[in-house]
Design a binder for this molecule. Sequence first.
Ligand SMILES: *[C@@H]1O[C@H](CO)[C@@H](O)[C@H](O)[C@H]1NC(C)=O
Ligand SMILES: *[C@@H]1O[C@H](CO)[C@@H](O)[C@H](O)[C@H]1NC(C)=O
Ligand SMILES: *[C@@H]1O[C@H](CO)[C@@H](O)[C@H](O)[C@H]1NC(C)=O
Ligand SMILES: *[C@@H]1O[C@H](CO)[C@@H](O)[C@H](O)[C@H]1NC(C)=O
Ligand SMILES: *[C@@H]1O[C@H](CO)[C@@H](O)[C@H](O)[C@H]1NC(C)=O
Length: 324
Amino acid sequence: MSTARHWHTASILANGSVLVTGGETSSGIVNSVESYNPLTGIWATTGSMNVGRYLHTASTLANGLVLVTGGYNSTSYFNSAELYNPSTGAWTMTGSMSVARYYHTASTLTNGLVLITGGQNSASVLSDAELYHSSTGTWSTAGNLSVARYLHAAAILANGSVLVTGGKKDGAYLDSTEFCNPSTGIWTITGSMNVGRYLHTASTLVNGLVLVAGGQGNGTSYLNGAELYNPSTGAWTMTGNMSIGRYCHTASTLPNGQVLVTGGYNNGYLNSAELYNPETGTWTLTGSMDVARRYHTTSTLANGEILVTGGSNSGGYLNSAELY
Ligand SMILES: *[C@@H]1O[C@H](CO)[C@@H](O)[C@H](O)[C@H]1NC(C)=O
Ligand SMILES: *[C@@H]1O[C@H](CO)[C@@H](O)[C@H](O)[C@H]1NC(C)=O
Ligand SMILES: *[C@@H]1O[C@H](CO)[C@@H](O)[C@H](O)[C@H]1NC(C)=O
Ligand SMILES: *[C@@H]1O[C@H](CO)[C@@H](O)[C@H](O)[C@H]1NC(C)=O
Ligand SMILES: *[C@@H]1O[C@H](CO)[C@@H](O)[C@H](O)[C@H]1NC(C)=O
């Protein structure tokens, strides 16, 4: 990439390119945006966002535009949202959320709406959820979570409900989980995880179960544990442990149904990667990245390869990208 950055976003465009937005850099919080063409392996700078931001979200919409929401710039929290048009390379502001937030989640629903949950601003941890309607560029309320939370992880269940897991509130590491039926905005508390965690990952498996992996647990423990949520029973059960405890890592579902976890942090920056096999419930180490990193992104390309971008380690912000 031309800019070394972490806590940026990466989104797959309809043409297969990967769009990287914003993030924190050695010269502050940036609005710069660049895209990677997997066919040529070349990065190109494209239009800048109207607002420099990090800790924001980016979601590819059914109409091909990319919606960026919220975030922080070290002095202000944003409720603003903007849209990237891949055919012009330009950004335009769209409707603002009713609440400014960062450390929130964004899930693109099967009906094309985008559900934003929780997060944080100035002094408060947020419980509300909002839905973005791309047809009108406007937001509507999607009810309130039972538990306010940030640095949580969301996954879309097979029936279209959105499951929200863990996160942090004040000093607490949350084990609670809840799901929302986006068409009613009703949130329902479901089973609690065995372990409270934040900065973990949540991935919906092809068998319909949800895999939660790693994160930071109560105290200073970097979790190696993983657990599975069964939507038909609402229960969480521990599954195999990762070889290495980690948080601030990424998880990507591969075309073969396995889940690839990369990098992150425990007592040091990690370059290791491991694969979860849903059929055996076990993890195996796979090739390590060339560069140890956290606060990076991973994207599953159309050809099945995984693109890793940026992040940071003890040497600072990273502009390198690698393919798995
Ligand atoms: C953050 O955004 C606010 C509002 O747009 C702006 O006034 C401020 O200068 C920005 N701060 C930094 C550090 O960029
Ligand atoms: C939802 O939470 C917000 C604060 O995040 C609060 O202002 C609002 O009253 C709540 N709404 C309901 C319906 O509980
Ligand atoms: C964290 O662990 C301590 C010691 O085991 C316990 O007293 C405390 O209640 C736990 N806090 C949370 C939020 O789980
Ligand atoms: C989705 O599945 C959950 C768990 O089985 C269930 O409780 C919920 O009602 C379902 N939601 C919808 C929208 O069908
Ligand atoms: C998984 O790791 C935890 C410690 O993090 C340990 O207590 C537990 O016994 C491990 N489970 C298995 C099956 O190895």
